[in-house]
Design a binder for this molecule. Structure first.
Ligand SMILES: [Mn+2]
Length: 438
């Protein structure tokens, strides 16, 4: 469900290129779709119903993921990457055009600060794009900033530094409101690198006090997303380090405060789908930052390493939706760093993985699963999940994209469009633009 109805008047990629590529693949696509439809009908599932559900799925794109990312060692810019916010929006629109899945952009301030915020909003709307949660940044110092965040921001020992960090968040809400965004995501790097550096309880007290001031400034229809992260930049103890602290804070703050789960912000081997179920059960699942990881906050493409985990997360989401009393509306966003690939291609890769995980979760035979669970038939319960997971659902994804005016094969269509090469000719390289690992 989009936050605003926007009228598209501009296209990042000419629609006739998408149509031409689709025409080449149409016959094979229709045959594959029909075959999948027959297969699903055999187990009592209507493929049209699945495609309808998929067409309601929307995932936000991170503005900071549109330029080549980097590590603490280096960043390798690519020719044709965006050099300012409007070009980032154009690239986001290109992703949405072929994927049909990503109609909103999540902005990060002050990285995305613009002189004319109305121009930013109007330019996005003209491309058929809206805005997802805005992100504040008090984990680094900006040029000319009065007080440093070296020793913390919302939890700093100095009240004046905390006030400055609060003020920045209030400004983000103000800008977000003008963009028709409906949420603020707060992630802070606050914590300690040495035992004894600060008191755990005192820093959390200060966090809550600061967040109460931010919460109080939220428009009535906004949500406040608390993003936890196990470690980095604080390597001994982080203030908002896990979902436990996150939900405690969200409960203290009130109903508009919810927890945001970034898939890379947990210890290795943590059962993230269980965390998702717990947060959903208590009405505190605010949303996601999708990505994938091998070791830590790697910010790799969603589903590129652990597609089964992504499926199990969506399995919990689909189940949580059936149990939810009242509104169940997690904000799905991506948070990735594209260090060695074209960001647009990585986002297409991730969009496909996310949509695939969702569809596979939708085709789980829940009635049979419940019966197996009731009779403690462990193997068949597991088998039930595996059969859904192992189904090749690509034709259903292609159909949903096609019906939204997107591409049967987004990756090949994007390549065929020559978009990046064309941008490399017109965009002037400016390596200093914000982007990185968060
Ligand atoms: Mn994140």
């Amino acid at each position: 469900m989009g936050y605003v109805a926007v009228k598209k008047t501009m296209s990042a990629i000419p629609q006739d290129i998408i149509d031409q590529e689709n025409a080449k693949l149409m016959a094979a696509h229709q045959a594959d779709y029909d075959a999948l439809g027959v297969r699903l009908a055999r187990v009592g599932i209507d493929i049209e119903h699945i495609v309808d559900r998929l067409m309601t799925l929307e995932v936000g794109i991170p503005s900071w993921g549109m330029v080549s990312g980097g590590t603490r060692f280096a960043r390798f810019p690519m020719p044709g990457e965006p050099t300012h916010i409007l070009e980032k929006i154009e690239d986001c629109a290109a992703v949405h055009q072929v994927s049909g899945l990503t109609p909103r952009i999540s902005l990060h301030f002050p990285w995305d600060k613009a002189n004319d915020i109305d121009e930013v909003r109007d330019y996005a709307h003209a491309h058929g794009m809206g805005f997802d949660a805005v992100n504040s940044n008090t984990f680094q110092d900006q040029p000319g900033q009065r007080l440093s965040y070296k020793y913390g921001s919302l939890t700093h020992s100095d009240p004046a530094t905390r006030a400055q960090a609060i003020e920045h968040n209030l400004e983000c809400i103000e800008i977000g409101d003008r963009l028709c965004a409906k949420g603020l995501t707060v992630w802070i790097g606050d914590g300690s690198n040495f035992a004894g550096q600060n008191e755990f309880a005192d820093t959390l007290d200060r966090y809550l006090e600061s967040m109460k001031a931010i919460y109080a400034a939220l428009p009535h229809d906004w949500r406040l997303f608390i993003e936890h992260k196990l470690y980095e930049p604080a390597f001994y103890a982080t203030v908002i380090q896990d979902w436990g602290t996150s939900i405690l804070c969200a409960q203290q703050l009130g109903p508009k405060a919810q927890c945001l789960v970034d898939l890379g912000h947990h210890a290795p081997s943590v059962n993230i789908e269980l965390i998702v179920a717990r947060l959903a059960q208590f009405g505190k699942l605010g949303g996601f930052h999708f990505n994938d990881s091998k070791y830590g906050d790697d910010d790799l493409d969603a589903g590129s390493l652990n597609p089964f985990q992504l499926f199990l997360i969506f399995n919990e989401l689909v189940y949580a939706e059936t149990r939810a009393r009242g509104q169940f509306n997690p904000a799905y966003m991506m948070d990735q760093s594209h260090n060695v690939t074209d960001p647009i291609e990585s986002l297409l890769n991730s969009a496909r993985a996310i949509a695939g995980a969702y569809v596979k979760a939708l085709i789980v035979d829940r009635k049979a699963l419940r019966e197996y669970q009731s009779s403690n038939d462990v193997m068949m319960a597991h088998h039930c999940l595996r059969m859904a997971y192992e189904t090749d659902v690509r034709p259903a994804l292609a159909m949903a994209r096609l019906r939204k005016g997107g591409a049967i094969d987004p990756m090949m269509t994007f390549r065929a469009s020559g978009y990046r090469a064309q941008k490399a000719r017109v965009r002037k390289s400016r390596p200093a633009i914000g982007g990185g690992i968060i």
